[in-house]
Design a binder for this molecule. Structure first.
Ligand code: SAM
Length: 407
């Protein structure tokens, strides 16, 4: 019986790993033309269907037996963040950081400020922390990523010499209230709007904390919508609907989604998704899209496989952190589990704070550096039939949530 289970697991993981390997091979053969490789891949409905069934069986029949699955981790992280004080603490920390920064600016001897540039995204966070509940869609006017106060408003900038920094900051807030329509306010209320990208079998749907919207290029179940995160159109503006209408909107999305609303989700989940893509640029684009889809203070959750000790791929994880933070996120939580890296990034800025040249290059996975020659030479029948050894290692890492069934 145990042997039968092992065989079934190997067969299913063979389908999954075969698709990943084929994509990487196609990318190499096309000399890096990831767009045409991706287009051809998305048209291969038979292969996509086989993958979807295999992935669903792996996840629901084998991996779900583990004490804490990646879905459990995402769920407990969201509950702590939205309902357990995590968001409040993060906002309070922003406010302290912001205050400290302005104090530093004022104290610096050589700066005689004529203009003071205030980062309104942080101010919004600070004011959200300090304020009573604010309607999510309270104001849709204006751009607010940066506002410059000129020296023609001296009282506002510096106040009277005796005024405390807190007083001056309060005046600034009164004069320039930061619009919060696309920012998550505290205390958090209502279901957590969670976009599960590469959802496959809609694992978040069963949890009542979430209004879970699952999307996939090849859904394994009816409730998941067909949508490609790489190419789906995004609306120009966030949805401007009252809360009830928002719920209705998300509950009545069409089966095939042509467009997703910008800045409208509390959580975006990429669970075992980024390593599906053969090209770094696709992983990078995917993270950019998460930033565009999330409300400010929303969370991007990334789960990526790795069975090695935490330090083995620490450089890769640091590179991902640098790349993702450059898009306007700040890492809120990182956990290395036995077979997974689990990361939560909070969207802290509406615009990318800096343009990181070569950001896509930082989104590598170990298999990117695998040389074609090595692959061709190393067809060892190691564990997974005809796959090369490095792929075997990868898939054992990538899909070994039940290691005793694979090893
Ligand atoms: C390894 S499975 C992970 C399934 C699930 N998230 C989990 O953790 O068990 C990756 C899934 O991502 C989907 N996928 C790949 N590229 C996608 C894209 N561009 N847009 C949406 N889904 C995608 C695949 O069809 C597949 O179902």
């Amino acid at each position: 019986m145990e042997d039968e289970g092992k065989q079934a697991h190997l067969k299913l993981s063979g389908v999954v790993k075969g698709v990943h390997a084929k994509l990487r091979q196609n990318l190499r053969q096309s000399a890096g033309d990831y767009e045409s490789v991706w287009q051809a891949h998305c048209q291969d409905k038979a292969l996509l269907g086989e993958y979807a069934d295999a992935m669903r069986s792996l996840a629901t029949e084998f991996w779900s037996k583990r004490p804490e699955t990646r879905i459990d981790w995402c769920r407990s992280t969201c509950v702590e963040y939205f309902h357990g004080g995590g968001l409040q603490k993060a906002l309070a920390k922003d406010a302290r950081r912001n205050l400290f920064r302005h104090q530093q600016e004022e104290n610096s001897e050589d700066s005689e400020p004529k203009d003071m540039t205030l980062d309104f995204s942080e101010m919004a966070a600070a004011s959200a922390a300090a304020s009573s509940p604010t309607a999510e869609l309270s104001d849709s006017s204006g751009s607010y990523s940066q506002t410059t106060l000129s020296s023609s408003e001296p009282d506002l900038m510096f106040g009277s010499p005796e005024a405390s920094l807190e007083d001056r900051r309060r005046k600034i807030y009164e004069r320039y209230p930061a619009p919060l329509y696309s920012s998550i306010s505290v205390p958090f209320e209502g279901p957590i709007r969670l976009l599960d990208v590469g959802s496959c079998y809609n694992p978040f749907q069963q949890h009542s904390e979430f209004l879970a919207i699952g999307i996939d290029i090849s859904p394994a179940v009816e409730s998941v919508h067909q949508c490609d995160i790489l190419s789906v159109e995004l609306t120009q503006q966030p949805l401007q609907l009252a809360k009830d209408s928002l719920l209705t909107y998300f509950k009545t999305l069409p089966r095939v989604i042509p467009q997703l609303p910008r800045c409208s989700f509390h959580v975006v989940v990429y669970s075992l998704l980024l390593e599906y893509f053969p090209a770094r640029y696709q992983r990078w684009l995917c993270c950019q899209r998460a930033h565009q889809l999330l409300m400010r203070n929303g969370l991007l959750l990334i789960i990526t496989p790795d069975s090695h000790a935490v330090h083995k791929n620490a450089a890769q994880m640091r590179a991902w952190k640098t790349a993702i933070e450059s898009l306007g996120f700040r890492r809120w939580r990182y956990v290395k589990q036995e077979h997974l890296h689990c990361m939560a990034f909070r969207k802290t800025e509406d615009e990318a704070p800096l343009t990181l040249i070569g950001g896509a290059d930082l989104m590598s996975i170990p298999q990117d550096s695998q040389q074609e020659e090595e692959e061709e030479q190393d067809h060892t029948q190691y564990l997974f039939g005809s796959l090369p050894r490095n792929d075997c290692d990868f898939f054992r890492d990538a899909f070994s949530e039940l290691p005793d069934l694979v090893d």
